[in-house]
Write a protein that binds this ligand. Structure first.
Ligand SMILES: *Cc1c(COP(=O)(O)O)cnc(C)c1O
Length: 388
């Protein structure tokens, strides 16, 4: 069966060019970049060339890019830097962050910090005014994600950053979903720190970066050797970093086309599903939205059962609940935008990527409505509704 992968927000496949670079690097560019001999010197060159490519994608200076093991580490690190270098006990974030920030904040609360979790509106937006009102004398960090991994909403990041700057509060953004999908130019930006990750932009897993603006003092989260100017110990994962750099280079070259193509496929899918399935509703902002993100709630059914039936048709998607992770709680993001438990449970996320073609979109538009109909016919809630 020809399988259709629509879970690109969970992870992306490696682009063939990236895979080639990775394999070559595992064979030929796999030295310890800290060694003094010629192998190490070549590694150092590889590392610095990679840093330039990664920096170029986001309009940063190479020295502002610190390699990490991925987005999660970068998020943890950013919070750590604020705690270690600023005086104060208060931080601001939103209720719909990725767990890499939410759980890090919850840990900080256990250590005695106070955290304001800003609510978002029905589209998933937080406003700069809300952020400004939450700032206190002792606020050390504002951490707000750039684009949401579940509902795709893109936050007014520069406006929020301007508020942070005005009040001289450190501003971090988790841009794991935004980098490569939204043009970002940190050379003229109010962002102080920014997390991103290779495996969400067609690179390998286990590598990412934290951008730390040059006037912000870092503080190590992982202690060890002198790598990353002594701020992040651990032998550089050179092959992965080289492949990450290739992914960044390709993302930069193809950005405009990528955004145009995915936005058009996304809107085709949204329109096709909403038109063909009654009692369905789009989650997240209609336009201020990641190019590949579709998130729709279908009344009267469970997202998990939709997933299983789609999977049987060879279509990979993701649902609005965390059942897969062993919990029955609906997604905190869908609850955060005000959905009821029931509606949140009946939600489906389809995230498109570079391998998605129009035929895939049309196949989903064809296959999904009968699945929803069949599931509804088994649903007592639906039966009740129909009797009304
Ligand atoms: C995937 C993701 C992360 C985690 O990145 P890893 O590289 O998998 O650790 C963090 N934040 C967001 C928004 C993500 O989508």
């Amino acid at each position: 069966m020809n399988r259709i992968y629509m879970d690109n927000s969970a992870t992306t496949y490696l682009k063939p060019e990236v895979l080639d670079v990775l394999i070559d690097a595992l064979k030929n560019h796999n030295s310890n970049a800290a060694s003094a001999h010629s192998f190490g010197q070549e590694g150092k060159m590889d590392l610095s060339r990679s840093r330039e490519k990664v920096a170029s994608l986001i309009g940063a200076e190479p020295r502002e890019v610190y390699f990490t093991s991925g987005g999660t580490e970068a998020d943890n690190w950013a919070v750590h830097i604020a705690k270690k270098t600023r005086k104060g006990k208060h931080m601001i974030t939103t209720t719909i962050e990725h767990h890499a920030i939410l759980h890090t904040m919850e840990e900080a609360i256990k250590e005695g910090y106070e955290v304001t979790f800003l609510p978002v509106d029905e589209n998933g937006l937080v406003s700069p005014e809300q952020v400004e009102e939450a700032i206190r004398e002792d606020t050390i960090l504002i951490s707000i994600h750039y684009g949401n991994n579940e509902i795709g909403t893109i936050q007014p990041i520069e406006e929020i950053g301007a508020v942070a700057r005005k009040h001289k509060v450190l501003f971090h953004t988790d841009a794991v979903q935004a980098v490569g999908n939204v043009p970002i130019d940190l050379s003229s930006s109010n962002i102080d720190m920014m997390s991103f990750s290779a495996h969400k932009i067609y690179g390998p897993k286990g590598v990412g970066a934290l951008f730390i603006r040059k006037n912000v003092k870092p503080y190590p989260f992982i202690h060890g050797g002198a790598q990353e100017k002594g701020y992040r110990g651990g032998t550089d994962n050179l092959p992965s970093i080289i492949a990450f750099a290739k992914a960044c280079e390709l993302a930069e070259e193809g950005m405009e086309d990528h955004i145009k193509r995915l936005t058009s496929l996304r809107d085709r899918l949204i329109k096709g599903l909403l038109e063909n399935i009654p009692h369905s509703k789009l989650n997240g902002h209609p336009t201020q939205r990641l190019p590949g993100n579709v998130n729709i709630s279908f009344k009267f059914i469970e997202g998990e059962s939709i997933l299983l039936m789609l999977d049987m048709q060879g279509i990979a998607a993701s649902s609005g609940s965390a059942c897969t992770s062993g919990s029955l709680d609906p997604s905190h993001v869908l609850m955060g935008i005000g959905l009821s438990h029931e509606i949140a449970h009946g939600s489906l996320r389809l995230t498109l990527g570079d391998t998605t073609i129009e035929e895939d979109v049309d196949k989903v538009i064809e296959k999904l409505p009968p699945i929803i109909q069949r599931l509804r016919e088994m649903s007592p809630l639906y039966e009740e509704e129909m009797r009304k």
